[in-house]
Design a protein around this ligand. Sequence first.
Ligand code: UD1
Ligand code: CA
Length: 510
Amino acid sequence: MSPLAVIVLAAGQGTRMKSSTPKVLHRLGGLPLIHHVLESSRALEPDHLHVVVRHDRDTVTASVLEVAPHAVMIDQDDVPGTGRAVEQAVQALPGDFEGDVVVVSADVPFVDHGTLQKLLEQHRSAGAEVTLLSAILQDPRGYGRVIRNGDETVARIVEHKDATEAELAVGEINSGTYVFTVASLRKHLPFVTTSNSQNEKYLTDVVGLSTTNGGTVAALAVDEPWRVEGINDRVQLSVAARRLNDRIVRHWQLEGVTIDDPQTTWIDRDVSLARDVEILPGTQLKGATVVETGAVVGPDTTLVDTEVGERAVVKRTDATLAVIGADASVGPFAYLRPGTILGAGGKIGTYVETKNATIGEGSKVPHLSYVGDTEVGVGANIGAGTITANYDGVNKHRTVVGSHVRTGSHNVFVAPVRIGDGAYTGAGTVVRKDVPAGSLAINVAPQRTMSGWVEAKRPGTEAAKAAAAAEALEAARAIETSQSTSETNHDWAPVSTERRTAEAPGPESE
Ligand code: UD1
Ligand code: CA
């Protein structure tokens, strides 16, 4: 088989995006546009993969090399146009390279490997100089049109901006995806000029030069026209994103995932879902998120690069780089930041924020807490309203909580601090010192109650009035009780005291 080179065009500015981000790095299904194209290009296993860059070349190069480390980056010079881009990429091929060159545009993301393979096979079997991928579009605006001869053979391509009225009426468009023999590119590109409405060196002019010099140009029309839609502005980007999402949602539904509301469920391309997962409305699953069988995610949940274990329930939650164990429960209204690892059967409850925290099997942080830079053993319960004070203003410190610990409500763990296995802390404790295993830690700050303070210091307020009314009611009840007691002369009070003593022995009697 003859050698193969793939050239990816990514040097354009993407003016119509009106963005400081290069067009080819705008995301679709969680991946930069250019990654979609690199994936189908690499699947052809070419001998050479050249990517042409210019605008924001460093950022684009870094993104390309993430997924295609062996790509050769070509810097396009100041001559604008797809023709110049390909010319420079061809010049960078080895001088003795003889074979086929597939050219793809980084802004045409849905041309898949199968389509490229078919295009290449057709090109080779027809012995063509050029084979281009075309499509019949309902709305061909903006695209180059495929102009055919009377005998239906391809004559040339005319850009939308250079086309006559009659040419604009043609519905067959050039997708920007082609196979050329390297010989045809070497022969014709030097003759392509910039004399057109955009003052660019058009790659598309190679088609006309080839046919007028007796070469064969073939066109393969795609069966699914949406596959060749280019992305030039943000309207097209959102249309493409919706289309891709619809396909991804449908794919997972057919794989056994219940998706209640496809319209409000967004699933990135690299997400993986097991059978019998249930996704509730308003859910976004991003990056490399994985959800295991039987888990229920949503409503109104965003998971980025997060793993959800079997049968876990994740409700109204925002999580990034988190691992949620099997049978665990998260939310509603939980915020899991990177490095959160929740063990099997564990719980991160309502209004809880976690970061860099390992919470062991069956351990629970049920309400209103911040847990950061923390390790919690198994079977522990962290009281409502607990804060790990992990930051001293300069450095972050760790909190280590043992297994089967019970911490009281509204604690502050001033890190670094350790709470041993099976320890307890009282409500409102500020834990500044380590608590050994099995101990109870409390801060001794006796409550001082100043009776009558409100009426004395805040006279005439609603609070003072309420206090006075409560006192009056209490006094009236006291009189009533003393009267009824003296009338019937009950003798239950001393008995009751005895019984209570017997039922609730003091610690010293154990
Ligand atoms: C191009 C085609 C048009 C086709 C359409 C399909 C040309 C002249 N026109 O038009 O026939 O219907 O694609 O989507 O080829 N690029 C460079 N260097 C440059 C200019 C562009 O590398 O100097 C890259 C861009 O980054 C982009 C691709 O080439 O990835 C296409 O460029 P763009 O300006 O979007 O071309 P279109 O006007 O869409
Ligand atoms: Ca384009």
